[in-house]
Each structure stands twice: as structure tokens, then as C-alpha cells.
Design a protein around this ligand. Sequence first.
Ligand code: PMP
Ligand code: GLN
Length: 380
Amino acid sequence: MRPFGTTIFAEMSALAARTGAVNLGQGFPDTDGPTAMLDAAAAAIHSGRNQYPPGPGVPELRAAVSAHQKAFWGLDYDPDGEIIVTAGATEAIAASILALCEAGDEVVCFEPYYDSYAASIALAGAVRRPVTLRAHDGGYGFDPAELRAAFGPRTRLVLLNSPHNPTGKVFTPNELGQIAALCEEFDAVAVTDEVYEHLVFTDADAPHVPIASLPGMRARTLQISSAGKTFSCTGWKIGWICGPRDLVSAALRVKQFLTFVNAGPLQPAVAVALDSPPSYYEQFRDGLQRKRDRLCEGLTAAGFAVLRSEGTYFVTADITPLGGTDGVDFCLALPERCGVVAVPTQVFYDDASAGRHIVRFAFCKRDEVIEEAITRLRRL
Ligand code: PMP
Ligand code: GLN
């Protein structure tokens, strides 16, 4: 694991703390989630639910995840055997890859990719086969021929993240259809990271569509999400995996030796949060969309060429108009130049040249924090 060093998020948050810069690097909200969820966690702690919970997760959370999957995506999962609770999406991704891949198996993933993907693939001794998302038409797309060429006889799974971090891309039904057809042709499993499932903005080209809902895909998909983003509790690390019994039980077999179980009293609280009325999810999305719009305005005024963000907590921007050529150098100098922290996206590519001049900003922050960042960025 030596090549992996410290994660870019820890590095950039430490830089923000050291320099007093406004931290638009690491994607975590600076306000708390629903009060009912916080109260339920405190109540669970004070009512003695502080010992090991069941391995697959507490029954009420598995039931709540099942009801949520049905209500939002029309997907049926049996809380008993088709859903397990994990230590965030991060453990869910690691457990799925470790469960399904033998050394030398290949994992198709889109780059830029969330940093834990490469590490989890390496832990399994598997090989990543990245397909590059390139900036085009103000947004991001991939070349279907490149996607097809990434599949082969050793392909075991496709790791798909939509809505996508760091680009803010939402994969369209057409793109998902292409991926699904290749999964069938090459008998591959789709492992999907849908932690931003509720953050698709109203002006996106497509709504969120879980690939598991496409014909034939439920049987070959492990669908992953987590409470961290939707309920502003990234430090709780409560996530889940839904899928067919055989694949889920394989992931559970690995999970039991990674963490055994996780955060007992937080699980019933997340069940309460998942049961929020539809208006919660709409307001959550609309609030983030307004923040996106405001930050995009500020970035444009500061001279960045802003790329389209259709979802997530993030927007990416090209530094070329500001005379920047290398995102890492640019982000390391930014706190001193104007007191703001951003994340260079080239660290999420195998082919760093594809993202060298692109940097990512998080807008999941209080309005006054975003305004302060905008004021500072004008100094560039
Ligand atoms: N996947 C993506 C795309 C993310 O942005 C993040 C960060 N929240 C994670 C996974 C990790 O989620 P968790 O904190 O639930 O482990
Ligand atoms: N998901 C968050 C991001 O992309 C941070 C996660 C982390 O710090 N590992 O910024």
C-alpha cells in the first residue's frame, strides 16, 4: 500500500487548518442533519443500545433501507438477507471488491474515481481498468469504444459512481444501458456507489436511475449508499449494501472480518432519518442546488471556466483561464494566494494528464462560508 500515501482529503483539510483557509476541499457539510435523527441517536445511547449490534445491521435500519429502496427506486430487497449495514459506503465498496475479486481479476471503473476505489482494488490484488471521463460540451462524457475496450475475459466487476464525485456528472439512462449491456455480455457484476442518490439537481439531463433497476441488472448488482451525505452525518459512517442474496452474503462474509459490526446506537437513528417525508429530500436538494449556483457564479467571476455539475456536493473548474497549468501546484498555492482550499482532480486519474488543469470545489457549506470563499477568490 506504500504508493497510496495519505489521502488527498486529509492532506487538504490539514492544509486548511494550518493556513486558516476556507475549506472547500473535503466534502463534508458544516451543519447537522435532521433533529429527529440526532435525538434518536442520543435516545439509543441512553437506553442501553451500546453493545455489538447484529452482524448484518439492526433490523429497523434494514427495514428502513428496504422501504426507501422501494419508495424512491421501485426496487424490492428483503431486509433479511438482501441488505447489510456497513461502516459507511467505504467499507461497503471494500467488502464488495474483496468478496468478488480474485487476484488478477479486472475491475472497470470510470476515472476520475473516488480515491478508495484504487486502494480497495489493490487490497484485493485485482487490476483496475479505467475509462476516462473527459470534459466536453461543458460537462463530462466517455467514449463508448473505450468503455467496450476496457472489458475482457478477466473482467469481474464494474465499479460505477453516479451521481459522480468529483465531476458532478449524472450518468444518463443511455449510458447506463451501455454499461448494463456490457455487464451481461461479459458476465460482470455492477458495484454501484450511489451515496449522492438524492443530490441530482433539477436542471440535470436525467434523474438518478439505479443501474439495478434496468432489465436483468438486479441479479448482478450490489447497490451501495450511505447516510453521511443525505443526512449530513459523514462522521457516523453508516452505509449499506443491497443486492441479490448470494452477492450480499459474499460481501457480509468479508465485512465480518473488516469491522465485524458498526455503530449500534447510530443505526436506529439512521432508520428514523430514512423515514423522513419526501419534503425533506426535496429541500435538501434545493438547498444544495442554490449553493451550487452561488458558488458557480463566484468561480466564474473569479475567472475560472466552470464545468457543469448536475449533482453531488461538488463542482469542477478549469484553471487555464487563470494561467494555471497544474492543479496540484495551483491547489497547494491557493491558501497563500487567497485563503481558500480546493482539491486537484488529477489525483483521481491513472492518466493524470486528463485532469491536470481541473480542480474541485465543495459547496456543502453554510451560505456565509461560501460568500467568504467567493470574496477571497476575487483576489486571484
Ligand atoms: N463514495 C463517494 C463517491 C464519496 O464521495 C464518499 C465520501 N462520502 C464515499 C464513497 C464514502 O462514503 P462514507 O463516508 O459513507 O464511507
Ligand atoms: N467524500 C468526501 C470527498 O470526496 C470526503 C471523504 C474523505 O475524506 N475520505 O471530499
